[in-house]
Design a protein around this ligand. Structure first.
Ligand SMILES: *[C@@H]1O[C@H](CO)[C@@H](O)[C@H](O)[C@H]1NC(C)=O
Ligand SMILES: *[C@@H]1O[C@H](CO)[C@@H](O)[C@H](O)[C@H]1NC(C)=O
Ligand SMILES: *[C@@H]1O[C@H](CO)[C@@H](O)[C@H](O)[C@H]1NC(C)=O
Ligand SMILES: *[C@@H]1O[C@H](CO)[C@@H](O)[C@H](O)[C@H]1NC(C)=O
Length: 269
């Protein structure tokens, strides 16, 4: 008797479910290249929230895991929209090369407690053949952290999250990515080899504290070309044990340019 009502309700349910899925990061995809896969798309769900807003961390993490365990080269697509994301670990080693196409605008939690005990927002770790590109932005939302930062006085800066860490990354390329308003250093490249950073934009207001652009430690064959860095701190800083660092055509300033070995006072390089 109520068939109209039922059809209406079912339609409503479908639309509602579609909206829910959309809002939960269902559009974050893995595309695999190889014999077994032809542009196969997977839908993902997510979990927790950052600063009370939906958080795409779970969706991105599970998509990464799927890509990283694939025996075919694959691409993780983070689409063009705003993504609230808590600390992200892109953990290797992976079974084949993985590209991450960051087209979206990634937004970090403001609250430092969300990072405890991590010293980064995003880390790429133990990955060979990584490609990060896509024209996207990582916004660290650091202004509250800078106002609370007294590490220049105390020398204790370990707890402040670095926007992007590359640790143990080899034969890789990072290009067309923007890092904004990191709570601490923007990028830290550690124990890495043969990494090209091309067309990287780094921006933080001159009053931001300790927001060095790219710090490199214990790494070799790091090639930085066409970087545009404005932070008020060092654009590129070199820690111990780095060799064959090439910096080409960089726009730097306001800031301190390139510095070598000034970072001994920090524990987390
Ligand atoms: C260095 O890394 C690039 C990827 O950016 C790769 O194409 C190249 O083969 C690597 N070089 C060596 C000597 O492994
Ligand atoms: C550099 O990256 C930006 C995105 O950050 C992009 O819009 C621009 O086209 C890139 N430039 C080149 C020369 O690829
Ligand atoms: C650095 O990378 C650029 C762009 O990929 C390339 O043209 C240049 O030859 C590289 N320089 C070195 C020293 O590897
Ligand atoms: C350096 O970069 C600027 C713009 O970023 C470009 O116009 C110029 O041609 C580049 N120079 C070289 C030598 O690549």
């Amino acid at each position: 008797m109520d068939s109209k009502f039922t059809i209406g309700a079912v339609c409503f349910m479908i639309i509602w479910l579609a909206l829910i899925r959309k809002s939960q990061g269902a559009d974050i995809n893995v595309i695999k290249y190889g014999a077994a896969y032809q542009k196969k798309k997977k839908k993902k769900k997510n979990g927790a929230k950052a600063d009370g807003k939906p958080d795409d961390r779970q969706a991105i993490t599970s998509t990464w895991k799927e890509a990283c365990t694939s025996t075919d080269p694959s691409t993780v697509v983070i689409p063009k929209r705003k993504h609230m994301v808590g600390p992200l670990n892109f953990q290797g080693p992976c079974k084949a090369s993985v590209s991450i196409l960051v087209q979206g605008y990634m937004v970090a939690p403001i609250d430092l407690n969300k990072f405890n005990p991590q010293d980064h927002w995003t880390v790429f770790q133990n990955i060979d053949g990584l490609m990060v590109s896509g024209g996207g932005t990582f916004d660290g939302q650091g202004s509250l952290a800078w106002s609370q930062n007294n590490c220049a006085k105390t020398g204790i800066c370990d707890s402040l999250p670095i926007n992007l860490r590359f640790t143990g990354v080899t034969n890789s390329k990072i290009q067309d990515i923007t890092s904004l308003n990191s709570k601490s250093f923007h990028m830290n490249i550690l124990n890495s080899k043969n990494v090209t950073l091309q067309n990287i934009t780094i921006n933080a207001p001159g009053k931001s504290l300790n927001t060095d652009g790219i710090h490199i430690g214990r790494s070799s064959r790091i090639n930085i070309t066409h970087a545009d860095i404005k932070t008020g701190d060092d654009c590129v800083s070199l820690g111990d044990g780095s060799q064959q660092i090439n910096v080409e055509n960089m726009t730097c300033g306001p800031g301190h340019g390139i510095s070598v070995g000034s970072l001994g006072k920090y524990h987390n390089e």
